[in-house]
Design a protein around this ligand. Structure first.
Ligand code: URQ
Ligand code: ZN
Ligand code: ZN
Length: 479
């Protein structure tokens, strides 16, 4: 099975050039002008289009068991929907219940992900602590190719990690050469504000953002950055949604700390007015954490992305249908938290990022693919159009348009947070492992074709004597 993508402009994070791309046996074999067409090769005419690394979404939750239900998107439908939008890999999350062995949860998620159409990997959450957790973290790094551990500072009485857990887990991650990732909201503040707001008789979705004001994220972001700086471990803040948290990230980075930030396509484009929609279902459909924010935060987040203070974009694709959201009909704290977006991330970022001049095509590639590959240590296997890389490619038609709608999306959810948005710039073809999996509207995803992608640890942060070997500290090089 070989494929020749002819006549396009190849765009990598570090530059662009007119070049053909030849793929065989799942790999990119050659990138260059006027390549020969090997006999039997399938040919894609990419004239007038960009040829870019397939999107990597570093934050999804396919079929997540959460708040008494299970996310409606599974690993097959979710990775297939990603193909339709030019995303070829997801990094999802194994989230053990407190006291559940990490390896047990990891095996559960590996089983669920077998059905994936596209490649996938897992961050593993540390939701509790004892020495067995340390041992499982070691196994996960050394035998299973996990190099990132997640910590929820929110969700008290559920998956929230205490400061004690965060301390021990950060120490162990550093020793193992792994990066730590964090959902930074102060879970105690959320819990107490929820009780206050309910006591005032506010039970609708409008209560959700009231219980999670920007300072609740800002406090947690500041605290967890300080934890990471004291311990010396690189830290990656997921779904940064506020100017407050962004400011802490920028200050830490300016001081040379290895702090990384991710922003969701939704938080860049949707504001908190959605929670004031009189239609309960429409407002509840937007309940996710951190919540969509007042408008001034969007501009700050775009500046963060443009300046390099935020390095990656994601979706936090965690879908719940209306009848699932209805669990919170009389109490907003019971509305399952999560929204979708895995199919639309690239198109909305191209439209509002590249077409507005905020991002160059190269920067678009960096924030939708390459930086995530670098931070999670799978570059240049992923996130690059170069010989030897995996043949995960999106052929991008900058002139193609559509109106986003639940009526036409491939996501398995009855709502779309970008409903009605007109976008210009779409995937015309998506290639995964060298195979055409999406072509001009026709989805050819194959259930189970996706692979689990191991992500090697970074160099040991400590030398044999347990001292921090400054010269060998090798953590992500994204600036
Ligand atoms: O917090 C997360 O990232 C998970 C539980 C998805 N839900 C959400 O509201 N973001
Ligand atoms: Zn989160
Ligand atoms: Zn999440």
């Amino acid at each position: 099975m070989s494929l020749l993508i002819r006549g396009g402009t190849v765009v990598n994070a570090d530059g662009r050039a007119r070049a053909d791309v030849y793929c065989a046996n799942g790999k990119i074999v050659a990138v260059g002008e006027n390549l020969e067409t090997p006999s039997g090769a399938e040919v894609i005419n990419a004239g007038g289009q960009y040829v870019m690394p397939g999107g990597i979404d570093p934050h999804t939750h396919m079929q997540l068991p959460f708040m008494g239900t299970v996310a409606s998107e599974d690993f097959y439908t979710g990775t297939a929907a990603g193909f339709a939008g030019g995303t070829t890999m997801i990094i999802d999350f194994v989230i053990p219940n407190p006291q559940q062995p990490l390896m047990e949860a990891y095996r559960d998620w590996r089983g669920w992900a077998e059905k994936s159409a596209g490649d996938y990997s897992f961050h593993v959450a540390v939701t509790w602590w004892d020495e067995s957790v340390a041992a499982d973290m070691k196994t996960l790094v050394e035998e299973e190719g996990v190099n990132s551990f997640k910590h929820f500072m929110a969700y008290k009485n559920a998956i929230m990690a205490t400061d004690e857990t965060i301390y021990h887990s950060f120490k162990q991650a550093l020793a193992l050469g792994a990066i730590v990732t964090v959902h930074a909201e102060n879970g105690e503040l959320v819990y107490q504000l929820q009780r206050e707001i309910l006591a005032q008789g506010i039970t609708g979705p409008e209560g959700h953002p009231l219980s999670r004001p920007p300072k609740v994220e800002g406090e947690a972001a500041h605290r967890v950055i300080k934890f990471a700086e004291v311990i010396g471990v690189p830290v990656y803040l997921v779904h940064v949604s506020t100017e407050d948290a962004l400011g802490h990230i920028m200050r830490a980075r300016a001081e040379g700390s290895r702090v990384f930030g991710e922003v969701l396509a939704g938080h860049l484009l949707i504001d908190d007015s959605v929670y004031r929609n009189p239609d309960w279902e429409a407002a509840a459909a937007h309940v996710m954490s951190p919540p969509f924010r007042p408008k001034e935060n969007q501009e700050a987040l775009w500046r963060g992305l443009q300046s390099g203070a935020l390095q990656t974009t994601a979706t936090d694709h965690c879908c719940f249908c209306y009848e699932q959201k209805a669990a919170g009909k009389d109490d907003f704290t019971q509305i399952p938290n999560g929204t979708g977006g895995v199919e639309d991330r690239l198109a909305v970022l191209w439209t509002h990022g590249v077409n507005t001049g905020r991002l160059t095509p190269e920067e678009f590639v960096a924030v939708t693919s390459t930086n995530a590959a670098k931070i999670f240590n799978i570059h240049p296997r992923k996130g690059a159009i170069i010989a030897g890389a995996d043949a995960d490619i999106v052929v991008w038609d900058p002139a193609a348009t559509k109106t986003i709608s639940k009526k036409t999306h491939h996501q398995n959810v009855d709502f779309n947070i970008f409903e009605g948005m007109n976008v210009t710039g779409l995937a015309s073809h998506t290639v995964s492992q060298g195979k055409l999996v999406y072509a001009n509207g026709e989805l050819r995803a194959e259930r189970g074709a996706g692979r689990y992608i191991k992500r090697p640890a970074f160099h040991p942060m400590f030398d044999a004597l347990g001292k921090r070997a400054a010269a060998t500290v090798n953590t992500p090089v994204v600036r």
